[in-house]
Design a binder for this molecule. Structure first.
Ligand code: DC
Length: 224
């Protein structure tokens, strides 16, 4: 299809960004890139190798290769060739991802790779800084949000589904702490790009959201 665009989706943790981004990529026939998975993969590497000091983490970056593979139609992230999709989805890896994402050099390392992935356009990328830093000129920018309680319940349900035994209050505390870190870090904090369209999905079904978002995409494409 001619006139492919870049779609940047940002928002808080657990507000359904990846579900929406995946569905929109399928609808548009575009490639989907989950940048949170890239931060999580680096977080996992640091956990496995006992790296905590920023200087040690920065020194290890050249040894870290992150990729994506398709397994049974689903996108899995790889860390130095190993499929680590399930290992990166734990609370521990998520928290570590949030911590290491505050390091400027880690962000520069991943942003460069993400920008390269958008060379040919036709991409839906989700994260925290996509519309502000990675693709400030993206043709369509969405900023997703939902209340902390709704997001904590979604994360709680996901963890239960994975066989974990979470405590709701711990999950809510974790959501609030992660929001604080994501919005207050010095490097590329989560914020809404001026030209982003805000979608609050606290009280929307997935189908309702998708109708709104497919509509925004169709509108954008029809104007090109
Ligand atoms: O979306 P997620 O929960 O998988 O992301 C994990 C962490 O990675 C999140 O707490 C913040 C960080 N992150 C980031 O700083 N920038 C991005 N573009 C994506 C994720």
């Amino acid at each position: 299809m001619p006139n492919k665009i870049i779609i940047a989706i940002d928002g808080y943790s657990s507000c359904g960004k990846s579900t929406i981004a995946k569905a929109l990529a399928k609808y548009a026939g575009y490639t989907y890139v989950d940048t949170g998975a890239m931060y999580r993969a680096i977080g996992l590497y640091t956990l496995r190798n006992g790296l905590t000091a920023p200087a040690d983490i920065i020194a290890a970056l050249p040894k870290i290769q992150i990729g994506f593979i398709l397994t049974d139609g689903a996108q899995h992230v790889t860390l130095n060739g190993e499929d680590v999709e399930s290992q990166i989805r734990t609370l521990e890896a998520g928290n570590r991802a949030s911590e290491i994402s505050q390091i400027k050099e880690v962000r520069a390392f991943l942003v460069a790779q993400q920008q390269k992935m958008g060379d040919q356009k036709g991409i839906v990328m989700d994260g925290r800084d996509i519309g502000t830093v990675v693709f400030p000129k993206a043709e369509l920018k969405l900023f997703l949000t939902a209340s902390p309680e709704v997001r904590a319940q979604r994360r709680f349900d996901e963890l239960v589904e994975k066989g974990e035994k979470p405590n709701f209050d711990d999950v809510l505390k974790d959501v609030n702490e992660r929001d604080y870190r994501d919005t207050h870090r010095a490097e590329s904090p989560l914020r809404q790009a001026e030209d982003a369209i805000v979608v609050d999905n606290s009280h929307m079904t997935r189908e309702e959201q998708m109708q709104v978002i497919y509509g925004l995409f169709d509108q954008k494409i029809s104007k090109l």
